[in-house]
Design a protein. Structure first.
Length: 364
């Protein structure tokens, strides 16, 4: 699963990417510093994994991961190919969720492509370009569907109604994710078209250090602007986070965070938010060889969860032995959980819950 970092040139995307991935994407004070997208595999911070490691003492620990993509900055006219528009839009279409970085700090030493700081205008600049691209998709699909609708095809008539509603919304400057469409229609008719503005989005307000805890006026304006979008807003002092990641010593990092009033790095919160944005959750396997976090979609069944380990596990699934994380931690070991009668045996219909500790029985 991929989350793409997007935004206007020079708002802090590459610096944020460096914080998240510990890779060193080039970042500098001029537009189009990033041309080819940088890709980083980022560990998902999870205190539960650390606790299981402490209890089981395995030979190795493997966390869940998210793929983060740093995409080239977009400018006005991108939907028509301006700047790196076509490349940008192609890259963003390949992601599953969007981390939209907005500049919410004043600094005369960092140039802004439009001359002054205005996160709402910046957001609208990118929204419009993405909406125009989605409008192209709607218009192309409508041409085909209208012909079928004229013959009286009921399915085509229904699809035409939905497409016309999308067209009306996009032309009014509303992203697909915020257009009121019935859930069944969204699943059957909208989702297959892979609209860019239908992707879940997290707005990352890049602030200065003084606003890292409580935000500022720019952040409040962003929250107000996106309140009807079904989107989250996260406040992050990206420059400060970059300074923190340069420190090798864990205690020094912790002191730095405490000094500015934070209990953990904002980048850790962002990674967890991206994971949630992608509609993913975690289950664990725990043994002396390995304690591991496995990534599955929310709502996955036990056989589907087993299939993440190996396709044979899903094909030959017999049952799953499930321990709730809280039971594992409170009782201290798998053996004590069994003795207490807290281990459950689940079949093919079981829907895995976030944090389940699981063993699978299978036969192929």
């Amino acid at each position: 699963m991929k989350a793409g970092i997007v935004g206007l040139p020079n708002v802090g995307k590459s610096t944020l990417f460096n914080c998240l991935s510990n890779a060193k994407a080039q970042s500098a004070n001029f537009p189009f510093c990033t041309i080819e997208p940088n890709i980083g595999i980022v560990n998902v911070p999870d205190m539960r994994l650390e606790k299981l490691e402490e209890l089981v003492k395995p030979e190795r620990v493997l966390p869940a991961t998210v793929e983060i993509v740093d995409i080239a900055g977009l400018v006005k006219g991108a939907s028509k190919g301006e700047g790196l528009g076509n490349q940008f839009l192609g890259n963003i279409r390949e992601t599953d969720a969007i981390l939209h970085v907005l500049r919410c700090f004043d600094n005369d030493n960092v140039v802004h492509v439009d001359g002054n700081v205005n996160p709402i205008r910046d957001k609208e600049t990118i929204d419009i370009e993405l909406q125009l691209k989605d409008l192209e998709t709607v218009d192309k699909k409508l041409e085909k569907v209208k012909r079928a609708a004229k013959t009286g095809n009921k399915e085509a008539i229904k699809e035409q109604e939905v497409l016309l509603k999308l067209k009306e919304g996009l032309e009014a400057g509303i992203s697909v994710r915020a257009i009121d469409i019935a859930e069944d229609d969204r699943k059957e008719l909208v989702a297959p078209l892979q609209f860019i503005t239908d992707k879940p989005v997290l707005y990352v307000c890049n602030v200065d250090e003084d606003a890292a805890v409580n935000g500022n006026e720019y952040v409040e304006k962003v929250k107000e602007a996106v309140k009807d979008e079904h989107a989250e807003v996260l406040v992050l002092a990206v420059g400060t986070e970059a300074d923190i990641t340069e420190l090798d010593d864990f205690e020094e990092r912790k002191m730095f965070l405490n000094d500015i009033g934070l209990d953990e790095a904002g980048s850790a919160k962002l990674i967890r938010s991206a994971y949630k944005l992608l509609n993913q959750q975690t289950y664990f396997t725990a043994g002396v060889k390995e304690v591991r976090a496995w990534t599955i979609p929310v709502g996955a069944t036990a056989p589907q969860a087993a299939g993440v380990i190996h396709t044979d596990f899903e094909k030959g699934f017999i049952r799953a032995e499930v321990i709730k994380y809280d039971d594992y931690v409170s009782l201290g070991s798998e053996a004590k959980v069994k003795d207490a009668g807290k281990l459950s045996v689940e079949g093919k219909e079981y829907v895995v819950q976030d944090g389940d500790v699981m063993h699978f029985r299978f036969n192929v």
